[in-house]
Ligand binder design. Structure first.
Ligand code: ADP
Ligand code: MG
Length: 333
């Protein structure tokens, strides 16, 4: 498989009055052509900062180091001008807030058609026809009529599907969707995720799906990267992450998912406490204060990502082997 995106030792810090916020700490991962990779972690774990760095969209005061290669070419350190050519056409971004992507004064159809014409030598009429087709692909009912409408005339879920249609019109090689379904209800979430799947089928694009909700990832990604306190703490194939997690934090996230037990009640085993401040992180494992498995070594040394199962499933836990066949209930309650 061709490596499309290669993030290597990506580190991002923000100088503030209180000190340096270490938002991403040595993040390394790869995305192959056409692959779908999830990035999961609680709010503040560095998911957005990591992908904004890939897109060259970090604020100017950010201190960035490491490497981001797209089909072998280094993206870090490129000028705004050079990056704006990559954004949209080769890497498309879908944000939680559609108002950053949609222009309130143009019709939906015109905005998709403009993206179509930016990449194809077609007439306005042909571009409009394609816009209607794309609206159909992302599941917008009555697409010909909807194309003439404005963003404010649509629900949040529909607007998000329009943003995905624009992403498709740009025929990108990679779509980065950052919390695309957050704030939408469950039925609408499913429609948006289905629109992303349709976009992948139609364009062959790879997908990075960022979410704080592990439930969103199931069925929509091949691999999962779990982030905590600015670091990747577990990475593996989606089934292994769900069925054989090797980092207590991942097990905790799984235990926090609402589910129905035999008696039909919802059961939750939440992780207690909250993530650490990213200023002046103490030595040791950042998850230690919340981890029921923690002991002395966890206070002394921060665990690196190491192979847990095979070479492609890595976990950053000194005691990852002890997690084999452990359940969230056993560990967290
Ligand atoms: P996530 O997307 O996982 O919720 P983010 O990547 O947005 O988290 O943020 C990671 C950390 O970086 C957070 O602690 C956040 O407060 C901090 N951060 C993000 N942007 C800035 C900024 N511009 N200045 C200072 N701190 C920031
Ligand atoms: Mg975020």
């Amino acid at each position: 498989m061709t490596v499309l995106l290669e993030v290597d030792d990506l580190t991002v810090g923000f100088p503030t009055e209180d000190g340096l916020v270490r938002a991403a700490r040595g993040v390394s991962y790869q995305v192959s052509r056409g692959e779908s990779v999830g990035i999961v972690g609680e709010s503040g774990s560095g998911k957005s900062v990591t992908s904004l760095a890939v897109m060259g969209l970090l604020p100017r005061n950010a201190r960035v180091s490491g490497s981001v290669r797209f089909l072998g070419e280094e993206l870090l350190g490129r000028s705004d001008d050079q990056m704006s050519k990559v954004r949209g056409s080769r890497i498309a971004m879908v944000f939680q807030d559609t108002s950053t992507s949609l222009n309130p004064v143009y019709t939906i159809g015109a905005q998709i058609a403009e993206a179509v014409r930016a990449h194809n030598a077609v007439s306005q009429r042909q571009a409009m026809r394609r816009a209607v087709e794309l609206l159909d692909v992302v599941g917008i009912p009555d697409p010909a009529r909807r194309a003439g409408g404005y963003p404010h005339e649509m629900s949040g879920g529909m607007r998000q599907r329009v943003v995905i249609a624009i992403a498709m019109a740009n025929d990108p090689e990679l779509i980065i969707a950052d919390e695309p379904t957050t704030a939408l209800d469950v039925t609408v979430q499913a429609q948006v995720l289905e629109a992303l799947a349709a976009a992948r089928r139609e364009t062959g694009a790879a997908l990075i799906l960022i979410t704080h909700d592990l439930g969103v990832i199931a069925g929509h990604t091949d691999r999962v990267n779990v982030m905590y306190a600015g670091k990747l703490v577990e990475t593996g194939a989606v089934d292994e992450i769900f069925y054989e997690p090797r980092m207590p934090y991942t097990l905790g996230l799984l235990g926090s998912l609402p589910r129905i037990d035999e008696s039909g009640r919802r059961r939750l085993t939440p992780i207690t406490g909250s993530p650490p401040s990213l200023i002046d992180l103490p030595p040791g494992c950042p998850f230690r204060p919340r981890c029921p498995k923690a002991r002395d070594l966890c206070r002394e040394a921060e665990p690196e990502l190491t192979p847990a199962i095979g070479r492609r499933h890595l976990a950053a836990c000194h005691f990852h082997a002890e997690l084999a066949s452990a359940t969230a209930e056993e560990v967290f309650s």
